[in-house]
Design a protein around this ligand. Structure first.
Ligand SMILES: NCc1[nH]cc(CCC(=O)O)c1CC(=O)O
Length: 309
């Protein structure tokens, strides 16, 4: 590994336990690549962290978990920002660039319960906690009888509410539970046919100031090319549909025998409608495949589902 002339690098991160784990992971990987560099964390709280009593979709606005971190990049308080790609809107402001995504954790959603093994195992009328419109739309579509209720807060808070008996089951990202050492809470890693993952789920990304070549060079070695291709395809779906991360939109890309397989769906949060489709094509067409799949979803009724929200 080569070293860069940068003497120090400051990493902006959210303060949640999961965000701190992710930022420390990036810090360690960068430190291994640049042993002489002084690398520190700048923990910040975002609007999305401060408002925990309302569903994310009701708070509205893009980049709820990003803005304060981006502000720190602009003021020079930090040099890079580490994000969950799931929380990054499809379009960044022109002041920023996101050149690096890391090889991901699990992209799948976790069914978590103290009494039941899977969604199929839940009795009629069971209370399922999730604040994600995407998860609600898909689970309600398969199981209209479920009582899907809002659940906010960080991973620990959500598990606490399950354990206190507020829900029969909850849905979380497998990646978050695995990173926090709580993989034993996963009762089922839900297959994409049951709950198609969020765009960028399980993937960490690194944002910098546009044109900051020093930061770009310092982080370049952490980029994973296959993950970049997959995330590019998934994010192109979002960009064509709406560009927001708090809508009932799912997209999941996989590399199969050198080809890119991309699945996506849009659903009404009450489960009454679900439009799903998939496509396969060459990896160098990732963005075009995503855009084309989104066009097909729109033509099949996703436009009306999204307009009705
Ligand atoms: N919405 C919060 C959020 N953002 C990223 C993750 C999980 C980690 C990841 O997707 O990389 C989570 C928690 C969850 O959905 O359970």
């Amino acid at each position: 590994m080569t070293d860069t002339p940068t003497a120090r690098l400051r990493i902006a991160t959210r303060k949640s336990e999961l965000a701190m784990w992710q930022a420390r992971d990036v810090q360690q990987r960068l430190q291994a690549a640049h042993p002489a560099m002084t690398i520190s964390l700048v923990p910040l709280s975002t609007r999305g962290d401060r408002i925990t009593d309302r569903p994310l979709a009701a708070i509205g606005g893009k980049g709820l978990f990003l803005k304060e971190l981006e502000q720190a990049l602009l003021t020079g308080e930090a040099d890079i920002a580490v994000h969950s790609m799931k929380d990054v809107p499809a379009e960044l402001e022109p002041e920023f660039d996101l050149p690096v995504v890391l090889a991901g954790g699990s992209p799948f959603d976790a069914f978590v319960s103290n009494r039941f093994d899977s969604p199929a195992d839940l009795p009629a009328g069971a209370r399922l906690g999730t604040s994600s419109l995407r998860r609600a739309a898909q689970l309600k579509h398969h199981r209209p009888d479920l009582d899907v209720a809002s659940l906010r807060g960080n991973v620990g808070t959500r598990l606490g509410k399950l354990d206190a008996g507020e829900f029969d089951a909850i849905v979380l990202a497998c990646a978050g539970l695995e990173r926090l050492g709580m993989a034993d809470r996963i009762r089922q890693q839900m297959p994409p046919e049951v709950c198609l993952p969020a765009i960028g789920q399980g993937v960490m990304g690194i944002e910098i100031r546009a044109g900051d070549l020093v930061a770009a060079e310092a982080i370049a070695a952490l980029n994973d090319v296959d993950t970049h291709v997959r995330v590019t395809a998934e994010r192109a779906v979002n960009a064509r549909l709406a560009g927001s991360c708090h809508l009932p939109i799912a997209a999941f890309a996989e590399l199969e025998a050198g080809q890119l397989r991309l699945r996506a769906c849009v659903g009404a949060p009450d489960g009454s409608q679900l439009v799903a489709d998939e496509t396969t094509g060459p990896t160098d067409q990732a963005a075009a495949l995503g855009t084309a799949l989104a066009e097909r979803l729109l033509a099949a009724g996703a436009d009306r589902i999204l307009a009705a929200l």
